[in-house]
Design a protein around this ligand. Sequence first.
Ligand code: HEM
Length: 411
Amino acid sequence: MISLRTWRAKGELVCQDTGYSMEVRAALWCFLLAAIAGVVLRMAGAGLVGFETLDLSNLRRAHSHLMLFSWVTPALAALIASNATPDPKIRVFLRAMLVLGLLSFPSFLVSGYQPVQIGSARVPLSIIFSTLSMFAWYAFAIAWIRIRGEVQTTTNALAVRAWDGAIFLLVLGSLGAWARGALTGMGNKDMFLQHAAVEFFLTTYVDGFLMIGVLGLVLTTNGDRWKAASKCMLGMIIVLTPFEFLAFLPIDLVPKSLRPVGAIAALCIGLGGLYFAASVNDHLARAFLLVLGGGKLMLVHPESAAEVLGLGLRIPYLHVLLLGFVTITLVEHISLRWSTDINPSLVRPMVVLALVALLPTTGLWPSFVSRELGLVVTALASVLPVGAIYLGINARWFPLFQHTIPSSCPR
Ligand code: HEM
């Protein structure tokens, strides 16, 4: 994240076209579409709207897949790639991510993971589109190897190291999805393996690619404050992330010999998060890293992990990470690179309010205050980040295909 001072000091970047502006703009529109689906879910949760034909669990899947596949992944990939000369091939990969994520939205909405009836055939459309998205990730990973040398000349070494790790974990994590497909194909009924494959994919993708990739963005504006220690901490987080999924699985499923592995990974990654919370300059990034690092420490002990999950903290934690840390950082860096009218000073408080308003959805909500009323507040507050980002992209970035030059730039 970027402090206002750095923001102004970096003002000279604002007028450069670093490529991929159309793709980033499209990703922001995907955020809005997915966020509207999220708001509808919150409204339904508060009883403000009701649907007879729409399955809300399908809407939840449509929301989460669009957010992950067509917002955060292409936006982060574009920001990383924008540190090198714009590459037409990368543009194609970003577009593929966007289009495949968008195509999966209606199929998740209509049938979730189930096949869709097309004529006489039943076609698993949402799985097909999600699987194809992974090929766009692989293509981007190969492109990263090509542009990495150039990025090294424009960006600090710690950020490049973070992106190396993030992109490696993106590819590694996808093997979990393949493994799950293979297990189902082989008719394997082992509960540990089935859950492990999915959890490995999710954890390595979200806590690996997204969290570490976005930490890389934060490090571009925070520099290497404690160079050698930061290098070690980052290395430790990258190496241990593939084992962290063991701490997220229900404890009874995990073989006894593997339980300490998950606990040690969660402990070290949690401490790594706290380390970076202390080393970055930005207050909000620091606060998010504190919460996220602290959250991981709660997973170290199986009993506290069960308690945390029992309090319904999984989804709020995911949103602190994905809507808070990841989305705020992406939006700020996009604004810096491509000069949108998105105002970080507005987005930040709106997102924080929406996150604080998640309290009524958890077991932490005090029993003497009406939960029904609390859920209405949650639903209303969920509109705030949507409004803040919409106002920013609507102001000058509204036409999706128009190449816009900010009025502050020399023409
Ligand atoms: C205004 C912004 C957002 C709103 C209103 C919103 C709303 C929601 C709601 C209501 C749920 C279902 C919660 C439940 O079932 O208890 C959900 C789940 C989820 N959301 Fe969001 N969300 C937002 C932003 C994001 C972002 C930015 C991401 C990712 C980049 C994201 C990823 C997810 C994921 C992964 C799930 C879990 C899905 C599952 O477990 O099936 N959300 N969101």
